[in-house]
Design a protein around this ligand. Structure first.
Ligand code: DC
Length: 221
Protein backbone atom coordinates (compact mmCIF):
# COMPACT_ATOMS: atom_id res chain seq x y z
CA UNK A 1 0.00 0.00 0.00
CA UNK A 2 1.45 3.29 -1.10
CA UNK A 3 0.11 6.79 -1.02
CA UNK A 4 0.28 10.27 0.39
CA UNK A 5 1.13 11.01 4.00
CA UNK A 6 -1.64 11.05 6.62
CA UNK A 7 -4.26 9.42 4.44
CA UNK A 8 -4.84 6.52 6.82
CA UNK A 9 -2.72 3.94 5.00
CA UNK A 10 -1.21 2.49 8.13
CA UNK A 11 -4.56 2.24 9.94
CA UNK A 12 -6.01 0.36 6.97
CA UNK A 13 -2.91 -1.78 6.53
CA UNK A 14 -2.88 -2.74 10.23
CA UNK A 15 -6.58 -3.62 10.16
CA UNK A 16 -6.10 -5.81 7.09
CA UNK A 17 -3.08 -7.53 8.64
CA UNK A 18 -5.04 -8.21 11.84
CA UNK A 19 -7.96 -9.74 9.90
CA UNK A 20 -5.82 -11.88 7.61
CA UNK A 21 -3.10 -12.90 10.05
CA UNK A 22 -0.46 -11.29 7.82
CA UNK A 23 2.50 -9.37 9.24
CA UNK A 24 2.24 -5.60 9.07
CA UNK A 25 5.39 -3.68 8.12
CA UNK A 26 5.43 0.10 8.49
CA UNK A 27 8.23 1.30 6.20
CA UNK A 28 7.59 4.97 7.03
CA UNK A 29 8.56 4.14 10.64
CA UNK A 30 11.93 2.92 9.35
CA UNK A 31 12.67 6.24 7.58
CA UNK A 32 11.43 8.07 10.67
CA UNK A 33 13.82 6.05 12.87
CA UNK A 34 16.77 6.95 10.61
CA UNK A 35 15.68 10.60 10.90
CA UNK A 36 15.57 10.40 14.70
CA UNK A 37 19.07 8.93 14.63
CA UNK A 38 20.20 11.93 12.52
CA UNK A 39 18.60 14.40 14.93
CA UNK A 40 20.17 12.76 17.98
CA UNK A 41 23.62 12.68 16.35
CA UNK A 42 23.33 16.30 15.16
CA UNK A 43 23.41 15.26 11.51
CA UNK A 44 20.40 17.27 10.35
CA UNK A 45 19.93 21.02 10.70
CA UNK A 46 16.70 22.92 11.23
CA UNK A 47 16.59 23.77 7.54
CA UNK A 48 16.81 20.08 6.65
CA UNK A 49 20.50 20.21 5.65
CA UNK A 50 22.07 16.81 6.24
CA UNK A 51 25.68 15.88 6.99
CA UNK A 52 25.53 13.32 4.25
CA UNK A 53 29.00 11.79 4.49
CA UNK A 54 28.79 11.37 8.25
CA UNK A 55 25.38 9.75 7.95
CA UNK A 56 26.62 7.39 5.26
CA UNK A 57 29.52 6.28 7.42
CA UNK A 58 27.27 5.81 10.49
CA UNK A 59 24.49 4.00 8.61
CA UNK A 60 25.82 0.50 9.43
CA UNK A 61 25.37 1.39 13.12
CA UNK A 62 21.61 1.82 12.66
CA UNK A 63 19.53 -1.19 13.54
CA UNK A 64 15.76 -0.97 13.12
CA UNK A 65 13.24 -3.59 14.12
CA UNK A 66 9.68 -3.88 15.40
CA UNK A 67 8.29 -5.15 18.69
CA UNK A 68 4.79 -5.77 20.04
CA UNK A 69 3.50 -4.61 23.42
CA UNK A 70 1.14 -6.57 25.69
CA UNK A 71 -1.91 -5.27 23.75
CA UNK A 72 -0.44 -6.47 20.48
CA UNK A 73 0.36 -2.91 19.37
CA UNK A 74 3.45 -2.65 17.21
CA UNK A 75 6.28 -0.29 18.10
CA UNK A 76 9.53 0.70 16.42
CA UNK A 77 12.91 -0.14 17.90
CA UNK A 78 16.02 1.90 17.07
CA UNK A 79 19.24 0.34 18.32
CA UNK A 80 17.45 -1.54 21.09
CA UNK A 81 15.28 1.39 22.23
CA UNK A 82 11.52 1.84 21.80
CA UNK A 83 11.26 5.10 19.84
CA UNK A 84 7.62 4.87 18.77
CA UNK A 85 6.59 8.12 20.46
CA UNK A 86 9.57 10.21 19.32
CA UNK A 87 9.33 9.21 15.67
CA UNK A 88 5.71 10.45 15.43
CA UNK A 89 6.43 14.00 16.69
CA UNK A 90 6.66 17.16 14.59
CA UNK A 91 10.45 17.35 14.66
CA UNK A 92 10.90 13.99 12.97
CA UNK A 93 7.93 14.66 10.64
CA UNK A 94 9.46 17.90 9.44
CA UNK A 95 12.87 16.34 8.68
CA UNK A 96 12.01 12.87 7.41
CA UNK A 97 11.47 13.77 3.76
CA UNK A 98 15.01 15.02 3.03
CA UNK A 99 16.50 12.08 4.95
CA UNK A 100 14.35 9.57 3.06
CA UNK A 101 15.32 11.17 -0.27
CA UNK A 102 18.99 10.12 0.16
CA UNK A 103 19.76 7.25 -2.26
CA UNK A 104 22.01 5.32 0.17
CA UNK A 105 19.35 5.52 2.92
CA UNK A 106 16.70 4.18 0.53
CA UNK A 107 18.99 1.41 -0.68
CA UNK A 108 19.62 0.22 2.90
CA UNK A 109 15.93 0.39 3.90
CA UNK A 110 14.67 -1.31 0.73
CA UNK A 111 17.16 -4.16 1.25
CA UNK A 112 15.85 -4.67 4.81
CA UNK A 113 12.23 -4.46 3.65
CA UNK A 114 12.80 -7.13 1.02
CA UNK A 115 14.24 -9.42 3.69
CA UNK A 116 11.36 -8.69 6.09
CA UNK A 117 8.70 -9.31 3.42
CA UNK A 118 10.52 -11.93 1.39
CA UNK A 119 8.54 -14.87 2.76
CA UNK A 120 5.21 -13.29 1.77
CA UNK A 121 2.02 -12.87 3.83
CA UNK A 122 2.83 -9.26 4.62
CA UNK A 123 0.94 -6.01 4.39
CA UNK A 124 3.55 -3.33 3.80
CA UNK A 125 2.83 0.35 3.63
CA UNK A 126 4.98 3.18 2.33
CA UNK A 127 5.62 5.21 -0.80
CA UNK A 128 7.50 2.90 -3.14
CA UNK A 129 6.35 -0.58 -2.17
CA UNK A 130 4.43 -1.33 -5.38
CA UNK A 131 6.95 0.43 -7.64
CA UNK A 132 10.32 -0.53 -6.12
CA UNK A 133 10.29 -2.82 -3.08
CA UNK A 134 7.82 -5.46 -4.29
CA UNK A 135 6.85 -4.73 -7.89
CA UNK A 136 5.45 -8.30 -8.08
CA UNK A 137 3.02 -7.83 -5.17
CA UNK A 138 -0.34 -9.55 -5.73
CA UNK A 139 -2.31 -6.51 -4.62
CA UNK A 140 -1.23 -2.88 -4.88
CA UNK A 141 -3.32 -0.11 -3.43
CA UNK A 142 -2.56 3.59 -3.87
CA UNK A 143 -4.30 5.61 -1.17
CA UNK A 144 -4.95 9.30 -1.30
CA UNK A 145 -7.21 12.00 0.15
CA UNK A 146 -7.48 15.79 -0.13
CA UNK A 147 -4.63 17.56 1.69
CA UNK A 148 -6.95 19.51 4.05
CA UNK A 149 -8.62 16.24 5.07
CA UNK A 150 -5.23 14.64 5.70
CA UNK A 151 -3.98 17.64 7.72
CA UNK A 152 -7.12 17.54 9.86
CA UNK A 153 -6.65 13.82 10.55
CA UNK A 154 -3.00 14.31 11.52
CA UNK A 155 -3.95 17.32 13.67
CA UNK A 156 -6.66 15.34 15.51
CA UNK A 157 -4.25 12.44 16.05
CA UNK A 158 -1.66 14.78 17.61
CA UNK A 159 -4.26 16.41 19.87
CA UNK A 160 -5.36 12.95 21.02
CA UNK A 161 -1.75 12.23 21.98
CA UNK A 162 -1.69 15.36 24.16
CA UNK A 163 0.38 17.48 21.77
CA UNK A 164 -0.41 21.09 20.97
CA UNK A 165 -0.25 21.40 17.18
CA UNK A 166 -1.08 24.43 15.00
CA UNK A 167 -3.39 23.35 12.16
CA UNK A 168 -1.71 25.60 9.53
CA UNK A 169 1.70 24.13 10.39
CA UNK A 170 0.38 20.59 10.09
CA UNK A 171 -1.18 21.43 6.69
CA UNK A 172 2.06 23.02 5.53
CA UNK A 173 3.99 19.89 6.61
CA UNK A 174 1.57 17.63 4.72
CA UNK A 175 1.98 19.75 1.56
CA UNK A 176 5.75 19.96 1.86
CA UNK A 177 6.07 16.20 2.31
CA UNK A 178 3.81 15.56 -0.69
CA UNK A 179 6.05 17.78 -2.77
CA UNK A 180 9.39 16.34 -1.64
CA UNK A 181 8.16 12.73 -1.68
CA UNK A 182 6.83 13.11 -5.24
CA UNK A 183 9.79 15.05 -6.67
CA UNK A 184 12.83 13.23 -5.27
CA UNK A 185 15.10 11.51 -7.76
CA UNK A 186 15.16 8.04 -6.25
CA UNK A 187 11.87 6.15 -5.96
CA UNK A 188 9.54 9.15 -5.97
CA UNK A 189 6.03 8.62 -4.65
CA UNK A 190 4.18 7.40 -7.71
CA UNK A 191 1.23 5.20 -8.35
CA UNK A 192 2.28 1.84 -9.83
CA UNK A 193 0.64 1.24 -13.21
CA UNK A 194 -1.22 -1.76 -11.84
CA UNK A 195 -2.24 -0.18 -8.50
CA UNK A 196 -5.87 0.34 -7.55
CA UNK A 197 -6.56 3.89 -6.35
CA UNK A 198 -8.52 4.63 -3.22
CA UNK A 199 -9.47 8.24 -2.44
CA UNK A 200 -10.85 8.00 1.08
CA UNK A 201 -11.55 11.75 1.64
CA UNK A 202 -15.24 11.09 2.13
CA UNK A 203 -15.20 7.53 3.41
CA UNK A 204 -15.61 6.18 6.93
CA UNK A 205 -13.10 3.70 8.38
CA UNK A 206 -15.68 0.93 8.03
CA UNK A 207 -16.26 1.74 4.36
CA UNK A 208 -12.58 1.75 3.53
CA UNK A 209 -11.89 -1.46 5.48
CA UNK A 210 -14.73 -3.14 3.62
CA UNK A 211 -13.42 -1.83 0.28
CA UNK A 212 -9.93 -3.15 1.05
CA UNK A 213 -11.19 -6.55 2.21
CA UNK A 214 -13.09 -6.99 -1.07
CA UNK A 215 -9.93 -6.27 -3.05
CA UNK A 216 -7.90 -8.59 -0.82
CA UNK A 217 -10.42 -11.39 -1.41
CA UNK A 218 -10.39 -10.79 -5.17
CA UNK A 219 -6.60 -10.83 -5.26
CA UNK A 220 -6.17 -13.98 -3.19
CA UNK A 221 -9.12 -15.98 -4.47
O1 DC B 1 4.20 6.97 6.16
P1 DC B 1 4.91 8.01 7.01
O2 DC B 1 4.25 9.37 6.97
O3 DC B 1 5.18 7.56 8.39
O4 DC B 1 6.34 8.19 6.29
C1 DC B 1 7.28 9.11 6.76
C2 DC B 1 8.14 9.61 5.61
O5 DC B 1 8.98 8.57 5.13
C3 DC B 1 7.40 10.16 4.39
O6 DC B 1 7.40 11.57 4.39
C4 DC B 1 8.15 9.65 3.21
C5 DC B 1 9.07 8.60 3.72
N1 DC B 1 8.82 7.27 3.21
C6 DC B 1 9.45 6.90 2.04
O7 DC B 1 10.15 7.72 1.45
N2 DC B 1 9.32 5.65 1.56
C7 DC B 1 8.55 4.75 2.20
N3 DC B 1 8.45 3.50 1.71
C8 DC B 1 7.88 5.11 3.38
C9 DC B 1 8.01 6.39 3.86
Amino acid sequence: MDGHSSCGKSTMAKALAAKTGYTYIDTGAMYRAVTLFCIEKGLVGNDGTIKVQELESLLPEISISFGKDADGKQYTILNGRNVEKEIRGMEVSSKVSPVSALPFVREAMVAQQRIMGGKGAVVMDGRDIGTTVFPQAELKIFVTARDDVRARRRYDEMVMKGENPVYEEVLENVRQRDYIDSHREVSPLRQADDAIVLDNSDMTMEQQDEWLMQHYLNATR
